[in-house]
Design a protein around this ligand. Structure first.
Ligand code: AMP
Length: 286
């Protein structure tokens, strides 16, 4: 397993691999790897000759009162886990190399950035797009692997790649969950025992929404009511948002049809967790 810190070193390794005719798969992460990240590495390693994993806690995508400073990290452990799943190279850039003095640019995907998580995390998706665009320019992969766990992020980055005619294919991979349904997240380590016990309620709310859709409900406001009712019963779960939206534009139509993205964010104490399900109107009706 190679570890590269400099942008020039990473670019060199990538040019060398491309020169050999190797296919490069890229998995960007903020580290503290879990099975969700590792499932992306598995897939990338299965489909490419060189699998690159970046580990970078991107300051641009955190708000001033968010957990940038306390974000969990364990680089040594991450390297072992990534290597064991087929990662060939870890790219660990320093913030000063990605954002040196004088850095002024930003990448935005308009409209989509203001929906769902964007409402309570202004600037978040601009930070995500800016770092991912820069990482793609340095790593120059053939394929980019993203988790459905961050559904809005995947939708926005797909849009960015398409809009900017970037030469990379984007692969969205399924959410990996704990046995009780909680979506794996680096932030789950923040939860107290009691919060951890309550956390699967977010997934349960989304499942209730999916059930009402499959039974033929087409009004997004009523689906949201069903989901909110599940959360209301849980002390200690504070709702940020929970919505039923069109997965193309993240908007709430008057009537839903076809595929529907059910997505939510809930606070457990000082920890904000997100989850989502792709559901279908009428899928369960005969
Ligand atoms: P992060 O380190 O949280 O920025 O996540 C890095 C990548 O891993 C993103 O594409 C995430 O969507 C993906 N990811 C995080 N958690 C999961 C999960 N439970 N299942 C699948 N992918 C995930």
């Amino acid at each position: 397993l190679r570890t590269i810190k400099s942008l020039s070193g990473m670019r060199g390794a990538s040019e060398e691999a491309r020169g050999r005719g190797s296919r490069i798969g890229f998995v960007p992460t903020m580290g503290f790897l879990h099975e969700g990240h590792l499932s992306l590495i598995d897939r990338a390693a299965g489909e490419n000759d060189l699998t690159v994993v970046s580990i970078f806690v991107n300051p641009l995508q955190f708000g001033p009162s968010e957990d940038f400073r306390s974000y969990p990290s364990d680089l040594k452990r991450d390297k072992v886990l990534a290597r064991d799943r087929g990662c060939d190279l870890v790219f660990v850039p320093a913030a000063e190399s990605l954002y040196p003095p004088g850095f002024r640019s930003a990448v935005r995907v308009k409209e989509l950035e203001n929906k769902l998580c964007g409402k309570t995390r202004p600037g978040h998706f601009e930070g995500v797009c800016t770092v991912v665009m820069k990482l793609l320019n340095v790593v120059s992969p053939h394929a980019l692997y993203l988790g459905q766990k961050d559904a809005q992020q995947a939708i926005i980055l797909k849009r960015m790649v398409k809009d900017m005619a970037m030469d990379v294919s984007v692969k969205a991979c399924p959410i990996v969950r704990e046995p009780d349904g909680l979506a794996m997240s680096s932030r789950n380590v923040y939860l107290t025992k009691q919060q951890r016990e309550q956390a699967p309620v977010l997934r349960q709310a989304l499942l209730a929404g999916a059930r009402s859709l499959s039974q033929g409900e087409t009004d997004p406001v009523r689906v949201r009511k069903v989901m909110r009712a599940v959360l209301r019963g849980k002390q200690g779960a504070r709702l940020d948002y929970i919505e039923a939206v069109d997965p193309e534009n993240l908007e709430r139509p008057r009537r839903m049809s076809g595929r529907v993205l059910l997505a939510g964010a809930v606070w457990f104490g000082r920890t904000r967790l997100i989850d989502n399900i792709m559901a279908k109107v009428g899928a369960g009706r005969r």
